[in-house]
Write a new protein. Structure first.
Length: 229
């Protein structure tokens, strides 16, 4: 890894200013700054992560495209939202499984935002069929699930986050020893990053170390969906 950082301090500064000036005129006036401080460094980051992620698993492609790749668009979909602000105020980078069609498939995720930077790994809002498959695999292989959930590297880096049912899911018993996990609607681990990590020359190394720490969880989730890891 080069001693040169991907991002400068202006990356998070731009996002902070966008938070307070979330309108098309301000963005247009600062478009060149967005390209230089946010989009282009993000594409370089994706390119740098790609070969090293492939060594962990070849099924999570890193696609360094300006549109339609791993870098999520900054424009918000406001068609059905009460909040009509046009832009996201974070950088979102996804490395989803090649068998998945959207962010709900198993994947790795990187999020940069002022005061909220993190790495994610797992399944966020899987559809009903995928969710049932995960629950059944937990039920069928409880020891394997606990080994993935409680792996030392995972526990030292991640916390399982997301939504859970308040009631017992259909086809499972309320006194199941793993009922708290079976109630989960999301199987996503989040691992915090410091803002200083974003501008560190070791950013790629830091992210890949966190990806590797989630290996057991990701393998379990991929197997539940009958896709390779």
């Amino acid at each position: 890894m080069s001693s040169r950082s991907m991002y400068t301090d202006d990356c998070l500064q731009f996002l902070e200013e966008l938070r307070h000036n979330n309108d098309r005129q301000w963005f247009a006036e600062n478009k060149e700054r967005y390209e230089a401080s946010v989009r282009e460094p993000s594409l370089r980051l994706i390119e740098a992560i790609g070969p090293r992620l492939e060594k962990l698993s070849p099924f999570f492609p890193a696609v360094a495209k300006r549109v339609g790749g791993s870098l999520m668009r900054i424009h918000r979909d406001t068609r059905f939202a009460k909040d009509k602000t046009p832009y996201k105020t974070n950088i979102g980078i996804q490395f989803r499984h090649e068998a998945g069609k959207d962010v709900h498939a198993p994947g790795f995720y990187v999020h940069f935002e002022p005061e909220r930077c993190f790495v994610g790994a797992g399944c966020w809002h899987p559809d009903s069929q995928a969710l049932l498959a995960i629950r059944r695999k937990i039920d069928d292989e409880p020891t394997r699930w606990k080994r993935a959930r409680d792996a030392k590297a995972f526990r030292e880096n991640y916390r399982l986050e997301g939504e859970s049912l308040k009631t017992t899911p259909r086809d499972f018993f309320k006194d199941h020893p793993l009922i708290d996990d079976l109630r989960r609607k999301d199987f996503i681990g989040l691992s915090p990053l410091a803002e200083s990590d974003v501008t560190s020359p070791d950013l790629v190394t830091t992210i890949l170390a966190k990806f590797r720490a989630a290996r057991a969880l990701m393998q379990f989730l991929c197997e539940s969906g009958c896709v390779p890891f």
